[in-house]
Write a protein that binds this ligand. Structure first.
Ligand SMILES: O=C(O)C1=C[C@@H](OP(=O)(O)O)[C@@H](O)[C@H](O)C1
Ligand SMILES: C=C(OP(=O)(O)O)C(=O)O
Length: 433
């Protein structure tokens, strides 16, 4: 596939000269932040979203909700994030929403916009126009909205009353999450029925359902592939965002690659974040995964030799971990097969094609299959690792560069989508002792 070019200088990925020993505190989860902001903007009174992520995707969400009538005031901003004081307002029409490349903005905000008193237009980055939107836009149409296109850019006009809808969410769980987040505000609530191949990223749907219940919304998910939300108020709350466990992935991978130890503070005991699956995945690849003495932190240690074992894994539920796992697989001593992630072709870029192309560009042996990747051991060499404006491609390049001298990641700044401080945190991890 053609690699996009950008004018920014390439980032020389640092190569580790010794095992890393670092503690890496992570800012808040993108997925939790953007759900919490939507719920706060739709609530029945003022609320607070604490330790919210500041990043491109989160800032786009904040701007979108402001444009639709909510007031968001930042307080206590630090490296850990920001406390947003959110005061809901009547949902206003006439806004133009920039979704950037954020799936959460392009799928979670249109149902909010359908509550507005006038049309709302949406657009985003050039690649955002290629991301799948059809099923959620058709669902909104069948509930009464008028929408003039089947992908970005589009204009949506409500009102919609809610009711029953059937859709195929095999392309993205965000179609379901987006409808669920606003549904209590529809006059009739919603019943969503998924028909088609399995919905990916179930933990993200559980995250939506759990967060809705935490703000007093009644959700029935007792039948598989059917979700029913009762109409009613969304309670104003004080919510705290967990650290982003998917963004822990490249840092924890560094423990395996360098034969070192990486600690992530305040890893939740129980969470709906898919990043929690890293505990099992990294163990399968040779890591020792424990909790700190206090029990609060996650500690991952690689084999002293730095040897990484390939794995055969279905990542359908945790697709956003694929780029990091693929980077580790490219450094492993045995073959890997990643399955169940055909939907990654609709992510920030076609991640299956991009990963295979970039691993092979460095001399590796990777092949994209219909629903995943096959990666076989082969020595890698330096070269440019293109990021395709995809934050997780950029961090995958950084993981490979830890071991392979001369890797240069194109457009490292794209990590700002969910972790603007990535390059600085990466350098800090390598300097820590
Ligand atoms: O709801 C969410 O916050 C997300 C759901 C998943 O989307 P898909 O189901 O489209 O993979 C995930 O990959 C994305 O990073 C975030
Ligand atoms: C798929 C991802 O993002 P988005 O929320 O834009 O879908 C991701 O972060 O890996």
């Amino acid at each position: 596939m053609p690699a996009p070019t950008t004018p920014t200088p390439h980032w020389p990925a640092p190569t580790a000269t010794s095992p890393v020993t670092a503690t890496v505190p992570l800012p808040g989860s993108k997925s939790v932040t953007n759900r919490a902001l939507v719920l706060a903007a739709l609530a029945d009174g003022p609320g607070v979203v604490r330790r919210a992520l500041r990043s491109r995707d989160a800032d786009l969400m904040a701007s979108a909700l402001r444009a639709l009538g909510a007031t968001l005031e930042p307080a206590g901003e630090s490296a850990a994030g920001v406390d947003w004081h959110v005061t809901p307002g009547p949902i206003r029409g006439g806004a133009s929403i920039d979704a950037g490349l954020a799936g959460t903005v392009m799928r979670f905000v249109p149902p909010v916009a359908a509550l507005a008193d006038g049309p709302v237009s949406f657009d985003g980055d050039p690649h955002a126009r290629k991301r799948p939107m059809g099923p959620i836009l058709d669902a909104l149409r069948s509930l009464g909205a008028r929408i003039d296109n089947d992908a970005l850019p589009f204009t949506i006009s409500g009102p919609l009353a809610g009711g029953e809808v059937t859709l195929d969410a095999s392309g993205s769980s965000q179609f379901v999450s987006g409808l669920l987040l606003t549904a209590a505000r529809f006059e009739k609530g919603i019943t969503i029925r998924h028909v088609g191949p399995p919905v990916p990223s179930q933990p993200h749907i559980e995250m939506t359902v759990e967060m809705l219940r935490a703000v007093g919304v009644t959700v029935d998910d007792s039948e598989s592939d059917v979700w029913r939300v009762e109409p009613g108020p969304i309670a104003a709350r004080d919510m705290t965002v967990e650290p982003d466990l998917s963004n822990a992935a490249p840092f924890l991978a560094a423990a395996l690659v360098t034969g070192g130890t990486v600690t992530i503070p305040t890893w939740p005991e129980r969470t709906t974040q898919p990043g929690d699956a890293l505990r099992g995945l990294l163990t399968a690849m040779g890591a020792t995964v424990t909790r700190s003495q206090s029990g609060a932190d996650l500690v991952v240690t690689g084999r002293p030799t730095g040897e990484i074992t390939g794995l055969d894994a279905d990542l359908h539920e945790v697709g956003e971990l694929t780029p990091t796992i693929a980077a580790l697989a490219a450094l492993a001593t045995t073959p890997s097969r990643i399955r169940g992630v055909a939907h990654l072709r609709g992510h920030e870029t076609d991640r299956l094609a991009a990963l295979a192309t970039e691993i092979n560009r460095l001399g590796g042996d990777a092949e994209d299959t219909a629903d995943g990747l096959v990666i076989r051991p082969r020595p890698l060499h330096g070269g440019t690792f293109h990021s395709y404006d995809d934050h997780r491609m950029a961090t995958a390049g950084a993981v490979i560069g830890l071991r392979v001298p001369g890797v240069e990641v194109e457009n490292i700044a794209t990590t700002a989508k969910t972790l603007p401080e990535f390059a600085r945190m990466w350098a800090g991890m390598l300097e820590a002792r």
